[in-house]
Design a protein around this ligand. Structure first.
Ligand SMILES: C[S@@+](CC[C@H](N)C(=O)[O-])C[C@H]1O[C@@H](n2cnc3c(N)ncnc32)[C@H](O)[C@@H]1O
Length: 193
């Protein structure tokens, strides 16, 4: 890999490049993510790579508000449209840039199919940002395809392992490891979450 893929070009060529809306893999993944959430409700969730916003919209049913963003302006616009009428704010922003809301302290963070697309320094900065922003009692859910995308820096397994280890090294606790046929899900919490 020499640089990040042009995600906006993917979305300009196809408004749903990973068939999030149609594939059973994605439908089932969303169901497993929601089933794995450890609390009935969250005050504020952060979904910093929301893509088309399908999972963002599902999360909104469990959260008072969701702050979502994506590195692709096209994806962010699609997610904003999908989530209109829901308590979701969608922006165009690339990790590791923080949300531009003062005092935002999410008690739920979702990293779905994005960590493996981040370069070494961006992954390190993203972990530091999560640790800095998250509420004292917070839960992070990471879910990635258990394969190695051609355009990614890491495999899904490598991404999950690194992310969990980095958060555990910062005092977080691993609560769930779900090793599915096609994807991996880990839940890591801090404090009383
Ligand atoms: C495979 S899609 C997953 C979308 C969504 N999380 C889901 O699970 O349906 C990967 C997404 O990550 C976004 N992305 C890649 N690098 C990013 C970055 N540095 N910051 C924010 N989003 C990024 C892409 O634009 C794309 O929408």
């Amino acid at each position: 890999m020499s640089g990040p893929p042009d995600f906006d070009a993917y979305y300009r060529a196809d408004p749903d490049p990973w068939d999030v809306g149609g594939s059973f893999y994605e439908q089932r993944k969303r169901g497993v993510v929601l089933a794995g959430l450890r609390r009935a409700r969250y005050a504020s969730a952060w979904d910093p790579a929301c893509g088309t916003g399908h999972l963002t919209a599902d999360l909104a049913a469990r959260c008072d508000r969701v702050v979502a963003s994506d590195a692709s302006a096209t994806a962010a616009a699609l997610a904003a449209e999908r989530c209109s009428g829901l308590p979701v704010a969608v922006g165009h922003r690339a990790l590791p840039d923080p949300p531009d809301e003062d005092g935002f302290a999410p008690d739920l963070v979702l990293l779905s199919e994005v960590f493996y697309y981040l370069s070494d320094p961006v992954r390190a900065a993203t972990v530091a940002l999560v640790d800095r922003l998250a509420a004292p009692a917070a839960e992070l859910v990471a879910v990635h395809w258990d394969g190695a995308p051609d355009d990614a820096w890491l495999s899904g397994r490598g991404a999950q392992t690194e992310l969990v280890a980095q958060l555990v090294a910062r005092g977080w606790t691993q609560r769930i490891h779900h090793d599915d046929e096609e994807f991996l899900l880990d839940t890591v919490t801090r404090g009383a979450a």
